[in-house]
Design a protein around this ligand. Structure first.
Ligand SMILES: Nc1ncnc2c1ncn2[C@@H]1O[C@H](COP(=O)(O)OP(=O)(O)O)[C@@H](O)[C@H]1O
Ligand SMILES: [Mg+2]
Length: 122
């Protein structure tokens, strides 16, 4: 069904919720998981070591940190890696309560080369 699942996190609690769901799904279908943070390398290491420890049991997980616009980079990595599912949260770090959907899932859903799972985290 899915062979490679890309999960994107900014390190927020809502993104972590999406990652946990994505990891459960990847495990259930026997897919490989890629955890992606878009931002500074140091922050990426911190964020990704935490989440990969948390969700990595029984799952093949690799981690990436790249700099740039989050939505652009999520799409780029998805294309480069040939992933068949992208998992993002409906909200992230900013978590503005007047929006149900952040700009990242909005943009990703418009440009993704594959299925997108937007996890309702709030
Ligand atoms: N810098 C980032 N790196 C990786 N994923 C991100 C990043 N920013 C946002 N995301 C993904 O997009 C989701 C929604 O975040 P976003 O659209 O930025 O909402 P908000 O406006 O609440 O911060 C997050 O849960 C996460 O999955
Ligand atoms: Mg954000």
């Amino acid at each position: 069904m899915y062979r490679k699942v890309l999960m994107a996190t900014d390190g927020s609690a809502t993104a972590s919720k999406a990652v946990r769901l994505g990891a459960d799904l990847a495990r259930a279908v026997g897919a490989e998981a890629i955890l992606l943070h878009v931002g500074e390398a140091d922050r990426g290491r911190e964020v990704l070591s935490g989440v990969s420890k948390e969700v990595g049991k029984g799952l093949s997980v690799s981690t990436r940190t790249v700099q740039g616009d989050p939505a652009d980079k999520i799409i780029e990595v998805a294309e480069a890696e040939g992933v068949d599912l992208i998992v993002v949260g409906n909200k992230g770090m900013t978590g503005a309560s007047r929006f149900l959907l952040g700009s990242v899932p909005n943009q990703v859903s418009h440009h993704a080369p594959c299925h997108v799972l937007i996890v309702k985290t709030t």
